[in-house]
Design a protein around this ligand. Sequence first.
Ligand SMILES: *[C@@H]1O[C@H](CO)[C@@H](O)[C@H](O)[C@H]1NC(C)=O
Ligand SMILES: *[C@@H]1O[C@H](CO)[C@@H](O)[C@H](O)[C@H]1NC(C)=O
Ligand SMILES: *[C@@H]1O[C@H](CO)[C@@H](O)[C@H](O)[C@H]1NC(C)=O
Ligand SMILES: *[C@@H]1O[C@H](CO)[C@@H](O)[C@H](O)[C@H]1NC(C)=O
Length: 399
Amino acid sequence: MAIPKTSRIKPKSRSPIFLLTASISIISILYLLSSLISSSSSTGSDPLETPISRFKTNILHRTDTEKFLYWGNRIDCPGKHCESCAGLGHQESSLRCALEEAIFLQRTFVMPSRMCINPIHNNKGILHHSDNVTSEQRWAASSCAMDSLYDLDLISNTIPVILDNSKTWFQVMSTSMKLGSRGVAPVEGVSRADLKERSQYSKILLINRTASHLSWFMECKDRNNRTAVLLPHSFLPSMAAKKLRDAAEKIMALLGDYDAIHVRRGDILKTRKDRFGVARTLHPHLDRDTQPRFILCRIAKWVPPGRTLFIASNERTPNFFSPLAARYMLAYSSNYSRILDPVVENNYQLFMIERLILAGAKTYIKTYKETDTDLSLTDDPKKNTKIWQEPVYTKQGCS
Ligand SMILES: *[C@@H]1O[C@H](CO)[C@@H](O)[C@H](O)[C@H]1NC(C)=O
Ligand SMILES: *[C@@H]1O[C@H](CO)[C@@H](O)[C@H](O)[C@H]1NC(C)=O
Ligand SMILES: *[C@@H]1O[C@H](CO)[C@@H](O)[C@H](O)[C@H]1NC(C)=O
Ligand SMILES: *[C@@H]1O[C@H](CO)[C@@H](O)[C@H](O)[C@H]1NC(C)=O
C-alpha cells in the first residue's frame, strides 16, 4: 500500500504521552511537598533549592529533558485567519512549521486541542445565524477536535505532543509559574537558533511563542530554505486519526487496483474584473484543464482505458465528470457513503480520507505539479499570488 509512511523516524517503544503524564504527576506531587516544606521551614522561596527537589531531579532525570513549546491555542493559515483560510492543507503548513520548531528545539509540542474550520469547508454542524449564540458555541461549531483529525500517539512517535486541554498541560503551566524566570520567558523576536543555543532560553521549561496573534505564521519564514525543512509534506496527511485511516483502507480495498485524480475547481477558479471589465484569474488554464474533455486528453497517456478512476473534487455540478465514464470506471467518495457517513463529521475529515485514497492509487494525478515527479492536470503553477491573466479555453491537439 502506498500511504506515505515516515519510515525515516524510529518509533519509540512507549507512548511519550504516558511517560510524560506519569512523570509530571510525580513532579507535581513533589512540588506540593517541596512548597510545603519550604514554607514551613522558610529555607528560601525557590522550590528548586530545596533538598527534596534536588532528590527529585536525580530520580527523575526525564524532567531535565522534558521541555515544552507552545504556539497559542489556534491553527491559522500562514498569513491569514481561519475565516479567510483556503483549507486544511494551508493550516497544516502552519502546523508542520510549529512541529518542525519543536523537533529543532527537542521540545514537546503543545498542540491546540481544536482546529478551526473555515465555514465554507464545513457543511455539517454549523449553527444558524443568531445573536444569542455565545462565542464559545460558535467556536465549537466552527472547529473540530484535533484528535478527530490526527492520531496524536502516532505523531508522538516522531515529535512528542500534548493537547492544550490535557492535565499535563495544566500541570506544566502551574509548574512554569512557580519556576518564575526559569519557567517561562518572553521570546518575541528571538531566533530558533538562539532559543536552542542560548542557555537563558534552552533551560526554560516552557517556550511561549504566542508573541502576537499572528505567531502561527510569523515564525515560518524559513520555508523556502530546503535544508531547514525537517518534515515532508506527506507527514501530517499520513498521521490521520485511526478511524479515518480505517475508513480509507476499507474504501481502497473495495476499489482494488485503481488510479486517481484530484480535481481542484470551486474557489480557486474565481476571476476578478480589471479596469477594462475583462475577467482575470491567477490560474489562466485551470478552468480549461479541469474540464472532462481536457482531462481525458491529458491523462490518456498515463491511465489506460478500462481502469477504475477515483475522482476527488470540490466541483459541485452534478454529473460534471460523467464524460470520463466513456473510458473509465468512475468512483467518488459518494459511492462509499455507507462507510463514510458514520465517520465523517466535516469536510476536513472527508478530505483526510480522500487524501489517503489518492495517495494509495497506482497512478495519482494532482491538479498542480508540486514536485518534479508529480503528474498534473494543468501546467499552471500552484503558487501565483500576483499575476492576474485572462482565462484561456482553447488547446491544440484536444478535441
Ligand atoms: C436568548 O437567550 C436567553 C437566555 O438563554 C433567552 O431568555 C432569550 O429568549 C433568547 N433570545 C432569543 C432571541 O432567542
Ligand atoms: C503565552 O503568551 C501569550 C501572549 O503573551 C499570553 O496571552 C499567554 O497567557 C501565554 N501563555 C502561557 C501558557 O504562558
Ligand atoms: C538554511 O538553513 C540552514 C539550517 O537551518 C542554515 O544553516 C542556513 O544558514 C540557512 N540558509 C539560509 C540562506 O538561510
Ligand atoms: C459510483 O456511482 C456512480 C453513480 O453516482 C456510478 O455510475 C458508478 O458506477 C459508481 N462507481 C462504483 C465504483 O461503484
